[in-house]
Design a protein around this ligand. Structure first.
Ligand SMILES: NC(=O)c1ccc[n+]([C@@H]2O[C@H](COP(=O)([O-])OP(=O)(O)OC[C@H]3O[C@@H](n4cnc5c(N)ncnc54)[C@H](OP(=O)(O)O)[C@@H]3O)[C@@H](O)[C@H]2O)c1
Length: 241
């Protein structure tokens, strides 16, 4: 693909759906141009970022996203992190992927309230736990993170609509979620997702890997805003209609 970041598409037969689509080669964009392509149109704005194979796997044979991601994906992943006010991640992903404390505020979503091992020694204010009143590990999380480090949103189920608002009230209006699939499914059901950034790597892995969204049934329509390419890897920015 040439004409990186060009607006619109010349193929009239594809109509209004792609009228404002930016198409281009990732390598033609410097970091400032790439960052500008991901500007949120309003705030608060919740963006979810995933990588998948062509056959829809969100994990490689190691059971992790690092088994399928690549340098092009990492470049956009880093750009999205660099512009976000906070990072929201499900506790399952944090445990599976062994996340360290990132440079931006991290919000852990957990029904159990159990803080993933790698985050136990985070300094004050770096990690926030979003959980429920009946979480079995609530007291322990409070003692590790301090009272301001734990947000209780609901009795049995985390109120994700409230989560988006509470984070915005803290000034975290450009919100980035890196999954995982269970949390993404719940967010779609709650109607709080504004955007999906999806890297599709040109691989097929078959097997039993889970997809990027799981759990509940939803039917959410999206429209393409940006589609970039590098060595067969497609990097899409999709907005929820
Ligand atoms: N390809 C990618 O881009 C990508 C991205 C992320 C993850 N992954 C992969 O996905 C796998 C993990 O999948 P997963 O579905 O288990 O991830 P997940 O959604 O991060 O983890 C599920 C756990 O997170 C908490 N959680 C999720 N949704 C919640 C909600 N609505 N309310 C309260 N707590 C909630 C719960 O934690 P508690 O058990 O503490 O209650 C739940 O057991 C890993 O293999 C990871 O590598 C892939």
């Amino acid at each position: 693909m040439g004409d990186a970041g060009r607006e619109g598409c010349s193929n009239q037969s594809e109509g209004a759906v792609i009228a404002s689509l930016s198409l281009g080669a990732l390598t033609d964009l410097d970091d400032d141009a790439l960052r500008a392509l991901y500007e949120p149109p309003r705030t608060p704005w919740l963006r979810v970022n995933f990588v998948s194979t062509l056959d829809g796997a969100s994990q490689g044979s190691d059971g992790l996203s690092k088994g399928i991601n690549n340098a092009a994906d990492k470049r956009v992943f880093d750009i999205l992190r660099s512009r976000a006010d906070c990072l929201i991640v499900g506790a399952g992903t944090l445990r599976a992927e062994g996340y360290d404390v990132p440079p931006l505020p991290l919000v852990v979503v957990s029904r159990s309230g159990e803080l993933p091992e790698g985050l136990m020694h985070a300094s004050a204010g770096r990690v926030t736990m979003a959980t429920v009143a009946h979480a079995p590990h609530l007291a322990r999380s409070r003692s590790l993170l301090g009272p301001d480090g734990v947000i209780v949103l609901g009795e049995e189920t985390v109120d994700l609509v409230a989560l988006k608002s509470v984070l915005a009230e803290r000034g975290w209006v450009d919100q980035l979620c890196e999954g995982g699939p269970a949390l993404f499914g719940s967010m779609l059901q709650a109607g709080i997702v504004d955007e999906l950034c999806l890297t599709t790597v040109p691989r097929l892995v078959a097997g039993t890997a889970i997809r990027i969204a799981g759990g509940v049934d939803v039917d959410v329509r999206l429209r393409p805003e940006v589609l970039l390419e590098e060595d067969g890897t497609l990097l899409g920015r999709w907005l929820v209609n």
